[in-house]
Design a protein around this ligand. Structure first.
Ligand SMILES: Cc1cc2nc3c(=O)[nH]c(=O)nc-3n(C[C@H](O)[C@H](O)[C@H](O)COP(=O)(O)OP(=O)(O)OC[C@H]3O[C@@H](n4cnc5c(N)ncnc54)[C@H](O)[C@@H]3O)c2cc1C
Length: 286
């Protein structure tokens, strides 16, 4: 690994100053689980690492009127085990329990995971279907971005130079919301998904009131499958309607050929797992 300077700012202001001072040569580090691996493999170099661990106000989970506020430095395991999350948004805790191993989850942070933007990561499936937003803060102010619009390409986001992801806000989950996260893992339990699908739905009298579907490991970014949602919202559910809606993901997925499967196999599995996730959230007793 190339030598680098390690900075530990103790305020947001100091963090912004370091980012301004070192520009492209600097990178923030949170849990380090993604960044250090990439640096060791020389996939990435940085002359200055700016650790966020001493910046106050970036950790912890608060339940507020507009939903859960999850600090960027919150560890995956802390989120997974949090009584506040388990009560207000149990689906989120469930999806985080599927990330890698407890060892990784004890180290990796919520903000670091989202900023890393690996399309194989699990958490965006929950954040997209729960309509969460991230807060991005810079010297010039702050803005809220839906997680569904955060990712722009493989390992790329809309986070601008000088901006920091400070928290994720998950709006209140409506009572009776049904959820499903299906992670296809043909190799080992702690692997990344070959393909994965998250879904949340609200039903009334057999009619779909609201539906959110997200696909993971199926394209250069996590996908919000509005093409599926549009076919089913406002309609009565039938097995044929579910099958047809699931087939619509073929048009939006673009998976990589790799050791987890060929692109065409993953495309087929995206349809199969979307159908199964829809059956879980839309059919009684599925
Ligand atoms: C062996 C292994 C297995 C894994 N398996 C899975 C899996 O099954 N499912 C899954 O979802 N993930 C998996 N992961 C990925 C893991 O979730 C990520 O490595 C982790 O979430 C990154 O978080 P971090 O805090 O360690 O980020 P870091 O490595 O510290 O940072 C990652 C990137 O985010 C930037 N960054 C960090 N914090 C911020 C911030 N607040 N604002 C702006 N930019 C920031 C950094 O500059 C860097 O570019 C695995 C990782 C490993 C090493």
């Amino acid at each position: 690994m190339q030598p680098f300077s390690f900075h530990r700012p103790t305020s947001l202001d100091e963090t912004f100053s370091l980012l301004e001072q070192h520009g492209d040569e600097a990178r923030m580090i949170a849990g380090g689980t993604a960044l250090v691996v990439m640096m060791k493999q020389s996939l990435f170099t940085a002359e200055h690492l700016i650790s966020l661990d001493r910046v106050p106000g970036l950790s912890g989970i608060r339940g507020e009127a507009d939903g859960l506020h999850i600090g960027a430095l919150t560890r995956h395991r802390e989120l997974e085990m949090s009584p506040v999350v388990r009560s207000a948004a149990p689906f989120l805790a469930e999806v985080y329990s599927h990330v890698a191993t407890v060892r990784i989850r004890n180290q990796a942070t919520v903000g670091g995971g989202l900023a890393h933007a690996d399309p194989n990561q699990d958490p965006p499936a929950a954040f997209i279907t729960l309509e969460a937003r991230v807060k991005l803060v810079s010297r010039n102010g702050e803005r809220l971005v839906p997680v569904a619009e955060l990712f722009s390409d493989y390992y790329e986001t809309v986070i601008q130079p000088g901006e920091l992801l400070t928290e994720v806000i998950v709006p209140p989950v409506a009572p009776g919301t049904r959820t499903a996260y299906l992670k296809f893992l043909p190799r080992t339990e702690d692997d990344y998904a070959t393909v994965a699908v998250g879904a949340t739905a609200q039903m009334q009298g057999g009619v779909v009131q609201k539906l959110k579907v997200a696909l993971i490991a199926a394209a250069p970014t996590a996908l919000s499958a509005t093409v599926v949602e549009d076919q089913l919202v406002g309609k009565s559910v039938t097995p044929a309607a579910i099958r047809q809606a699931a087939e619509a993901v073929e048009a939006i997925v673009d998976p990589l050929d790799d050791f987890r499967g060929s692109s065409s196999y993953k495309r087929d599995m995206a349809v199969v797992f979307t159908r199964r996730a829809l059956e879980r959230v839309l059919q009684d007793g599925a």
